[in-house]
Design a protein around this ligand. Structure first.
Ligand SMILES: Cc1cc2nc3c(=O)[nH]c(=O)nc-3n(C[C@H](O)[C@H](O)[C@H](O)COP(=O)(O)OP(=O)(O)OC[C@H]3O[C@@H](n4cnc5c(N)ncnc54)[C@H](O)[C@@H]3O)c2cc1C
Length: 288
């Protein structure tokens, strides 16, 4: 029989104090869509679950002069239905709106998606391409970790056991970029991606001023394709240039063979979808 205590702190301070006293014996739970599957499969066997669901003030989407601020308890459904996300951080709209089914998106949170640290997480690529920073709180205070430094391996992150992820910050300047994410999967609904490609671009008079390319299921963790980004920066937009960026990104990736797809196939899909997502990002910029 699966047996655990279910603890419901009413504040972040209470959650942190429970984490400190239970240590390795406890696990945080937000929407529970990964945790409960893991418990049922025998992947985790915590003595206690510390639920974050009572911390409703950690579910928000805001923008100020410096940043877009997205609370860790924000659900994918909140992201996909928020006009600011759809129009200004479109890659994140693309990612959040493709997680599971609407029932899953109503409870599953963006914080859970990132802390679960699956290489296939659908919001990881978009948040990486939007230069997001993860804000962690723990007994030693608050620290900001760029998402590009957050993942250390499959299911592994720099977050310490006694820390809670409270917020993502996306620099306000990212609202001037066009962005798009493609989830490449076998079926339209309820499948994890074979590959994820997110691109964001800042373009003035046809010249690429800045580029971000993020790939998921292309390496042990979601990654940025920095060489491809550097190649694009400063170039005039053209089909050839975008295709070459796709090839470079394919070389930077280190995908593996899995049941969902072979490594060579993933590499070819990177070459195909980097230019396509760049075009989509450019179209979105034009249509603003
Ligand atoms: C049927 C089904 C379909 C799915 N489809 C997809 C899909 O298409 N794409 C996709 O990316 N995922 C998919 N998932 C996986 C899952 O729904 C997502 O990863 C979801 O975002 C997890 O969020 P959650 O709030 O449910 O996390 P939980 O299960 O509550 O937690 C996940 C992990 O994060 C930790 N955690 C959660 N919140 C915090 C926090 N604030 N601070 C610190 N640690 C925290 C937990 O301790 C746990 O380790 C699917 C799952 C199911 C069951």
């Amino acid at each position: 029989m699966i047996d655990y205590q279910y603890l419901k702190p009413k504040s972040l301070e209470e959650a942190l104090s429970l984490l400190e006293s239970y240590g390795e014996r406890a696990m945080l739970i937000a929407g529970g869509t990964d945790v409960m599957v893991g418990i049922r499969n025998g992947k985790f066997a915590p003595e206690a679950l510390i639920s974050l669901r009572g911390l409703e003030d950690l579910a928000y989407i805001e923008k100020d002069n410096d940043a877009y601020r997205i609370g860790a308890l924000t659900t994918h459904r909140m992201l996909e239905t928020h006009p600011l996300i759809r129009s200004e951080l479109s890659a994140l709209y693309d990612g959040a709106s493709q997680v599971g089914s609407v029932q899953i998106r109503n409870v599953a949170t963006v914080g859970g998606n990132i802390c679960n640290a699956a290489p296939s997480a659908d919001t990881a690529g978009p948040l990486l391409a939007l230069d997001a920073v993860a804000v962690l709180k723990g007994p030693r205070g608050e620290r900001n970790v760029p998402l590009s430094e957050f993942f250390t391996g499959p299911s592994q992150t720099v977050k310490e056991l006694d820390e809670v992820l409270v917020e993502f910050r996306v620099p306000a300047v990212m609202g001037e970029y066009g962005s798009a994410y493609h989830k490449h999967s076998r079926r339209k609904a309820m499948d994890l991606p074979i590959l994820g490609v997110a691109v964001s671009l800042k373009v003035t008079d046809g010249k690429i001023e800045d580029a971000r390319i993020a790939l998921s299921v292309a390496a042990p963790t979601p990654i940025r394709a920095k060489r491809a980004e550097d190649f694009l920066t400063g170039k005039m937009v053209s089909e050839d240039v975008l295709e070459e960026a796709g090839k470079i990104a394919g070389e930077e990736a280190s995908p593996r063979d899995s049941l969902r797809g072979k490594a060579w196939y993933r590499r070819e899909m990177i070459e195909t979808f980097v230019p396509r997502m760049a075009q989509k990002a450019l179209e979105r910029l034009k249509n603003r």
